[in-house]
Ligand binder design. Sequence first.
Ligand code: ZN
Length: 486
Amino acid sequence: MRRLLIALALLIIASTFAAAQQYDVVLEGGRVMDPETGLDAVRNVGIRDGKIARISVAPLSGRRLIHAAGLVVAPGFIDLHQHAQDLASQRVKAFDGVSTALEMEIGASDVAQFLKSKEGRSLIHYGTTASHVAARALIFGVPLPEGTILPKSGTATDQPAAPEQIERIQQRLREELDAGALGVGMGIQYTPGATHLEVIDMFRVAAERKLPVYTHMRSAGRVEPGSAIESVEEVIGAAAITGAPLHIVHINSTCLRDSLECISMIEGARARGLDVTTEAYPYIAGMTAINSAQFNPGWREKLGIEYSDLVVPNTGEHLTKERFDELHNATKQQWVLVFANTQEVVDAVIPNPLIMIASDGAEGHPRNAGTYSRILAQYVREKKMLTLMEALRKMTLMPAQVLERSTPAAHQKGRMQEGSDADVVIFDPQTISDRSTFEKPMEPSVGVHYLLVGGTPLIDEGKLVPDVYPGRALVGPGKPVGEKHP
Ligand SMILES: [Zn+2]
């Protein structure tokens, strides 16, 4: 009996040892940083089956060894706000350290189709909300053209919906949530015809499923009625009335000079127990579709800017009134850079503890390629407004915690912990820098040596690995149990 026990014990020890040898990838000797536990120390990381299996002081062995000495080993960055979902944009996101980039602000116009189109063809992880903008366009009989997310300004965006139409928009959103959306996306400024009640009714759909609403708010600037402050009140009110968690996108570009006031309103709502979060990007310009309702009459007064503050990406053309009228009235969608903010406002917003980083990325604006490296280069290294750990928290843990409202899978994201998903960025904190500019918006960032997506190296020794598509979908709970849809 005793011999049997000893044999058994030996077997267990042997198999444990063998298992320890079997890491797919070992990250050796890097500065491992985890914003949740506060770990900031030189460690070895063993990755197996797409998961972080071991973090240890002792050496580990594996089939692939990556030397990370002198480099930071951190969770891959999670971008909650990424519009361009094509491979060219995913490529520059990867060089910026992003392993997950989600379309949450507005949402894809057809969730099932979005998820299907990306399956097995995505460099990084993806996901989307259900689009109120698209659902409304559909019910008004002018569905969005494929591949677009914003409607041209017109009666379908500017008129109130009848009660019967509101019900149909709600029903469409339910179907999109069934298809795997992570919440409801609302670009209220792009559908100014939506009444306050329509907004509340859309929040109700999210609340039915205990899912969040992500929103670009109704209005920007100081002109009352319709100020940014009023816009924050509207969505916090809808969250309070319905119980739906709320994420307000790009508080910097909606609230402009009142950004800190808007953040303090969110702080107040949170202190009263509401689940409200927000984000910002580190640039003084925004970008949007010029034929959208955002440029309905009154935009210059609201934003306090002129025609010449609108700039066509790539060409650098500053608009005149004539050129604006031409582009605003066109059916073809031209995106324009909107220079409406100041560096002082951006610098005051980014370090705020409630602010997480999200890029609002789309081709034509340097934020698509440079947001995350820019935070690490400018706010951590140069201006010293953030510690490295604080910056990482804003790019990893905080967005992961927001996503936990939608899917339990997010508990394994945004962390360097045993059991977490092996989405890992390995970068040089001394050299990481954005290189994208308003003139050259798609220049990839430098300083990311490796990016692992679900354990698979996507950037390896600073180069993109060809023909690998390790990106997987993040999806919501789908159809509620027991509920039937025809
Ligand atoms: Zn927006």
